[in-house]
Design a protein around this ligand. Structure first.
Ligand SMILES: [Zn+2]
Ligand SMILES: [Zn+2]
Length: 372
């Protein structure tokens, strides 16, 4: 079977920008050097591009995990064009298909099962899905967002204005146009491209399957450092409606922190979170499965499996009990249903159950580590 046609525009853009960033930038650094202000500006622009993709294209437009003020959406739209990753409409359409048909080589636009190169960049170099280029059926909701449609219509103009305009203006102001074009224009763009592309390639290859093994997505704290928090991709594929990717407070997810910050100042609203019990149960079931698989070849497998399964059942029951009570208390509070005495009784029960659950979780942790 012959391969689809090469998209020469994409090949040229990726190749030329990469070669300049890999050769001309280091050459300029050695022969001329870069000023701190230029480096800081390049980092700022890199963050602006990256966060426009993660908080805007990804978590806002593709997944609707929160609502954002028009000013914020406008800033994302400009940053997305600066990142040169197609319009928000097109990007989101591709991404929704990626989630719906993840790992399906015929439908997922950047299926990780087709290998690292294909999922990283190869999928953009040939007309693999030419029939879909103008099919925006799965993003009809976004078509109602005037900012999305404005960006889609003027995408090329915005790309040129940001990618040439910003480095040029900064260079003219600072007095070194060439350095600015190299650093803020080319190097920033290439780094921004490949760090985002890593989410489609590396985040489907390297890391832990903490919540599910039904797809190739992985959780990877190291990758999160370079991708503004998107490294927790296994969680994300199972709980795609959650505005967070790294759900623990210590997990590096600046996109999540920024959205939360926006919500404090009225720039974001209706932040969606997945139910805690569902998250915990998914993680638990996955831990059970991997430990079971590990134990199969053990000489005392039967006995150990029995113990493991028993602990799992006990913990699962505790989790159900705990979250049911928590829900009840919240409901009572909301409807002011119970009197003071009943309430304090419920709270007492709640804290007892909480301590109990913590103990049970610890037991489970010890057991799964012991059996590892
Ligand atoms: Zn996603
Ligand atoms: Zn993915």
């Amino acid at each position: 079977m012959s391969k689809p046609k090469i998209i020469w525009l994409n090949v040229t853009v990726f190749l030329v920008t990469f070669l300049i960033a890999a050769i001309a930038v280091p050459y300029r650094a050695i022969t001329h050097g870069f000023e701190a202000a230029e480096i800081i500006m390049a980092i700022a622009c890199f963050c602006y591009c990256g966060m426009s993709i993660t908080a805007g294209y990804h978590r806002l437009w593709s997944h609707k995990t929160y609502e954002a003020h028009a000013i914020v959406r406008f800033i994302y739209a400009i940053g997305g064009a600066f990142a040169l990753q197609n319009s928000a409409l097109h990007w989101s359409s591709d991404h929704r298909i990626h989630h719906k048909h993840v790992d399906n080589n015929d439908v997922d636009p950047y299926s990780a099962k087709r290998g690292f190169w294909y999922s990283h960049i190869g999928w953009m170099l040939r007309e693999y899905q030419a029939h879909r280029y103008n099919d925006y059926d799965n993003v009809r909701d976004l078509k109602r967002d005037p900012i999305v449609m404005w960006q889609h219509k003027h995408y090329l103009t915005l790309v040129l204005l940001t990618n040439i305009g910003i480095p040029l203006v900064f260079g003219l102001w600072y007095g070194d146009v060439l350095s600015s074009l190299l650093l803020i224009g080319f190097l920033r763009l290439v780094l921004s491209h490949h760090t985002t592309f890593f989410i489609n390639s590396l985040a489907h290859i390297w890391g832990k399957q903490t919540y599910t093994d039904k797809n190739t997505a992985r959780d990877n704290g190291v990758l999160a450092l370079f991708t503004f928090g998107e490294g927790y991709h296994n969680f994300h594929h199972l709980f795609e409606n959650d505005y967070r990717n790294g759900i623990r407070w210590w997990q590096f997810d600046p996109t999540k922190w920024m959205i939360k910050l926006f919500s404090y100042v009225g720039l974001a609203d209706k932040l969606r979170k997945s139910p805690e019990d569902k998250i915990e149960k998914a993680k638990l079931a996955m831990a059970l499965k991997t430990t079971q698989q590990r134990l199969t070849s053990h000489p005392q497998a039967e006995e150990m499996l029995k113990k493991l399964e028993h602990e799992y059942e006990v913990l699962l029951a505790k989790i159900n009990e705990f979250y049911a009570l928590k829900k009840q208390i919240l409901l009572n509070k909301k409807q002011q249903l119970v009197c003071e005495v009943e309430n304090s009784e419920l709270m007492k029960q709640f804290f007892e159950l909480k301590a109990n659950l913590a103990e049970q979780r610890k037991n489970w942790q010890l057991l799964t580590t012991k059996f590892a």
